[in-house]
Design a protein around this ligand. Structure first.
Ligand SMILES: [Zn+2]
Length: 263
């Protein structure tokens, strides 16, 4: 953790996209950061890939009822954070695979919203020694997003039917990976911690009466301590291009991919 540092933006992102596997993923991992970005003026949208229909231990619950409840909960959480739009792709919770069809859907969303930053999962996290086996849906979503960065969202002719739909390629500047607290970039969320808790409370079926404040503040305080803040959220941030000063379109001045020297 020698390279841990606090996030210090040169300017707010104009647009950001959060790509989550389940309703509640982004609130646990990134809601304080999302609320901070919204407060800075960033247009933050969500793409939730599965329907969350597996997430209940209640013997009286059915998948059909749960998917309706969880979509409403995610909308309420997004409202609490000031997120401008949330799209549900409706894949079956617990069965997600990194398919070309899903890659095309995510790429289309990226090309449509043109986010400078994307928050998603680190697909490399398979387990952690302190007691986490990562959910396969989380890994699949992270993999699909990275496969959109290169090539599906950024390469003009990857799927010409996207161009037919008016969806020109887009280069994302930064990918923020939720790595279950292992990231080196820590965002100070002291000012937005309460909003994170409010967004988490929207996920009533997942909390089942549990108050998230104590446990979540233990996590966020541990990350905050790394940068001298009361609360923090940690990410691994891939910086893919320099943010232009005014938030205009990126200059496509890089050589074609196949012209790069072999490494
Ligand atoms: Zn999840």
């Amino acid at each position: 953790m020698a390279d841990t540092h606090a996030w210090q933006p040169t300017r707010p992102f104009s647009r950001a996209l959060v790509v989550a596997a389940h309703p509640d993923d982004a609130e646990f991992g990134a809601a304080g950061t999302i609320a901070r970005w919204v407060a800075m003026g960033t247009d933050v949208r969500y793409l939730v890939v599965t329907d969350g229909a597996s997430g209940s231990a209640d013997p009286a619950m059915t998948r059909e009822r749960l998917r309706v409840l969880r979509e409403a909960e995610q909308r309420a959480a997004c409202a609490a954070l000031g997120v401008s739009d949330v799209t549900f792709l409706g894949y079956d919770d617990g069965y997600l695979e990194s398919t070309l069809a899903l890659r095309r859907q995510v790429a289309a969303t990226i090309r449509r919203h043109r986010p400078e930053a994307i928050i998603t999962f680190d697909p490399q996290v398979r387990w952690r020694r302190d007691g986490i086996v990562n959910h396969p849906d989380h890994r699949a979503v992270g993999e699909v997003v990275l496969d959109c960065i290169n090539p599906a969202a950024s390469t003009r002719l990857w799927d010409p039917t996207l161009i037919d739909e008016g969806l020109e390629p887009w280069d994302v500047a930064e990918v923020w990976l939720m790595a279950f607290g292992q990231g080196e970039v820590v965002v100070d969320i002291s000012e937005t911690f309460e909003r994170k808790i409010a967004a988490l409370r929207a996920h009533e079926t997942q909390l089942a009466g549990w108050d998230p404040t104590g446990r979540v503040s233990e996590w966020t305080a541990r990350h905050g301590e790394r940068i001298g803040a009361a609360h923090g959220e940690a990410f691994d941030v891939l910086r893919l291009r320099v943010l232009d000063e005014d938030g205009s379109l990126p200059v496509r001045d890089k050589p074609p991919t196949n012209a790069k020297p072999a490494r």
